[in-house]
Ligand binder design. Structure first.
Ligand code: GLP
Length: 260
């Protein structure tokens, strides 16, 4: 795992967008794993800017969302499918149908989950998966206790996550209890994992995920088992890391050609 500590969200957005631009440059048909939540928004904004200047095109790329709320109607603004449409997809040149997400309204949920897994495999697997981290260490909607080998399935949100996500809704009661999410095993199949975290509120989860034991109690710790995982942090999110000094030193001495 590579941990990169940067001065602020702007620098994180820049480096995260660089990784996507480089990938699409190399492989215009790349498959992107798209996260929602506030963490990846800076990266998306940078990508939109760079698309507008003609530096990057998504015309041949595909995207898969990590997760979705169960039961939100097609037009609900907090449906993750709508969020990604607003924050990225609709502002760049993805082809119609190139971005898909788990179906939170399917009648046969297990069948929809199996179909989603198959769609990812049929697309050739995910090349670069963007991730955020919940304050309890969850990734996508894999709450603490999730199997590190799990696949796409329905999960129940903890009260903690519903409180955290209430800021996107009118009230906590409006936050759905159930969600459908790629499993930690599904996420681990992506060829590159890129987790972004900023702010003091994430420091405890980041410490557990990066330096704690690999354990279902902290789903983000599954990144420790991945061959190519990059964690982009600001100083506040990195503030509880024992190895922060070492991570800073390593990145400062990294040859530019290596990228992340
Ligand atoms: C939600 C999402 C996760 C996200 C997490 C953190 O629960 N399902 O994918 O990583 O929240 O959100 P934020 O980036 O807004 O802090």
């Amino acid at each position: 795992m590579e941990v990169v500590i940067l001065p602020d969200g702007k620098a994180i957005a820049q480096l995260g967008a660089d990784a996507v631009v480089r990938l699409l440059d190399r492989e215009p048909e790349a498959v992107l794993g798209l996260a929602t939540g506030s963490s990846p928004l800076g990266v998306y904004r940078k990508l939109i800017d760079r698309h507008r200047t003609g530096e990057v095109s998504f015309a041949r790329a595909r995207g898969f969302l990590l997760d979705e709320y169960v039961g939100l109607s097609g037009r609900h603004p907090q449906r993750y499918r709508s969020v990604i449409e607003r924050e990225l997809e609709g502002q760049v040149d993805f082809c119609y149908g190139a971005v898909q997400g788990p179906d939170g309204t399917a009648e046969d949920m297990p069948a929809a989950c199996t179909a989603y897994e198959k769609a990812i495999v049929d697309a050739g697997g995910i090349d670069l998966q963007l991730l955020g981290i919940g304050t309890d260490g969850h990734v996508a909607f894999n709450e603490p206790g999730s199997s590190l080998a799990s696949r796409t399935r329905v999960k129940t949100l903890t009260a903690h996550t519903r409180e955290d996500n209430a800021r996107f809704f009118e009230s906590v009661e409006e936050v759905p209890r159930h969600v459908v999410t790629q499993g930690l095993g599904t996420i681990s199949d992506a060829r590159h994992l890129l987790l972004v975290a900023t702010g003091e509120g994430k420091a405890g989860a980041v410490r557990q995920g990066v330096e704690g034991p690999v354990s279902a109690i902290c789903p983000a710790s599954v990144l420790q088992l991945h061959r190519h995982a990059t964690v982009l942090l600001d100083g506040a999110a990195a503030s509880q890391l024992t190895l922060a000094g070492y991570f800073r030193e390593t990145y400062a001495a990294k040859p530019a050609w290596q990228g992340i």
